[in-house]
Design a protein around this ligand. Sequence first.
Ligand SMILES: NC(=O)c1ccc[n+]([C@@H]2O[C@H](COP(=O)([O-])OP(=O)(O)OC[C@H]3O[C@@H](n4cnc5c(N)ncnc54)[C@H](O)[C@@H]3O)[C@@H](O)[C@H]2O)c1
Length: 311
Amino acid sequence: MKVLVTGGAGYVGSCLLPMLLEAGHDVTMIDMFMFGCHPIMHIASHPQFTVINDDVRNEGVIKKHLKGKDLIIHLASIVGFPACARDESAAVSTNLGSTKLIVDNMEMGQHLFYASSGSSYGRVKEICTEEVPINPLTLYGRTKAESEAYIFNSKHGKNSIAFRFATAFGVSPRIRLDLLVNDFVYKALHDKIIVLFEGHFRRTFLHVKDCAYSYIHMIDRIDSCNGEIYNVGSNDMNYTKKEVALMIQKKVNYELYEAGVGKDLDERDYEVSYDKIIKTGFSNTIDFETGLNELIKVLTFMKLRMEFRNA
Ligand SMILES: NC(=O)c1ccc[n+]([C@@H]2O[C@H](COP(=O)([O-])OP(=O)(O)OC[C@H]3O[C@@H](n4cnc5c(N)ncnc54)[C@H](O)[C@@H]3O)[C@@H](O)[C@H]2O)c1
């Protein structure tokens, strides 16, 4: 296939690109390298890989690079509710605006895989299946939910798949330390303390390489899975925040301090069912413990330095 990937230099994208190339696809990537271009260095010389350093909000760029593609994998985004709250206008123009540009300029027969998020569920009491009405509480969640709606109300909806990802964790060429598990492991290793609030809140996780692999899985099933939304994760990786902290404590010696105050704006306390994607044959290839071991191995040597502190 000829595949266009937006946001390919990110945490998920930099795991996905080599998988696509290895599967024999012809890959064009558009990214404005907000976090640098080093995450794609290891594949830069691949003859079937084209790199476009540009902004997905630019209609001319989108029009030009949609031409001749069989599949568009749209990952570029301002990711997470804190980043979206920091610059709301960039969040809306990137997350929703670029999705509209892609959908409005697609040709009939092209396929779209959209990176949505479990954040679009918001506060839900029942187990989140794809049929549960969504109620996003943050701008990030709303941009994801509105993008999904725009796609599936368009004439390209029947050729599109939305991936509602669990919170990713694990090591990628572009590591992210703002994600819950990665953040906890870093704090356990370097601060030797985790201050835990809302420890009973339930969250759901998937290794970043399995997030990427879900796209490869769906390419092979594109005709039977089209027009659908899938929760992408593992039924075995729904944990409370405290359970995550305790699993880390079995491996790293640190103090777990449970605070009575503290609150996440997205109030994510939910359990997600992954039965629908499991029925397509998907299962995670990396379990939680393996992901934790890998994080400990790498983050031990990754100490963030503050410009204004000597140590
Ligand atoms: N990582 C997770 O836990 C998770 C969970 C649910 C959903 N998702 C979704 O998966 C996708 C990828 O997430 P990620 O963790 O890899 O994020 P990331 O922040 O690591 O990567 C995003 C990439 O998009 C690029 N980008 C941002 N704005 C752009 C623009 N205007 N033009 C061109 N490039 C732009 C950035 O440079 C970056 O390389 C996102 O859509 C995100 O919402 C991720």
